[in-house]
Design a protein around this ligand. Structure first.
Ligand code: SF4
Length: 114
């Protein structure tokens, strides 16, 4: 799972866990939300309930998942221009910024504000 690999705080376990919703069993990642609440990569506190899990929808892990699904055409709603257009960077557990090259970067999109 790409989210496990990219997470700078090792908050997502590789083994995962199984949950059951309406009789259907699903394997999901086991996430340490305490670590996520300290993450500096796009996580926000829940805006409605102080004690809720952190909002990770815009976090590095969620963005990386989206890019992976897009790259492997695992989603049907693909856009002409890919979601990620710039080089990837993250802030590690020591507060250092780490950069990665974006393989999908297309120079034709440069300067289009995407
Ligand atoms: S929110 Fe941050 S710490 Fe939590 S899983 Fe995502 S990248 Fe890792």
């Amino acid at each position: 799972m790409e989210c496990v690999k990219i997470c700078p705080l090792e908050a997502i376990s590789k083994s995962g866990k199984t949950i059951e919703i309406c009789g259907k069993k699903m394997k999901i990642a086991d996430v340490d939300y305490e670590k996520c609440s300290k993450c500096k990569n796009g996580v926000l506190p829940d805006m409605y309930y102080e004690k809720a899990k952190p909002d990770r929808i815009a976090a590095l892990c969620a963005r990386t998942c989206l890019v992976h699904l897009e790259k492997h055409k695992r989603i049907n709603n693909l856009f002409e221009i890919g979601f990620r257009q710039r080089n990837v960077w993250k802030i590690d557990k020591h507060g250092e910024i780490i950069g990665q090259k974006n393989e999908n970067f297309k120079s034709k999109n440069k300067g289009k504000g995407v």
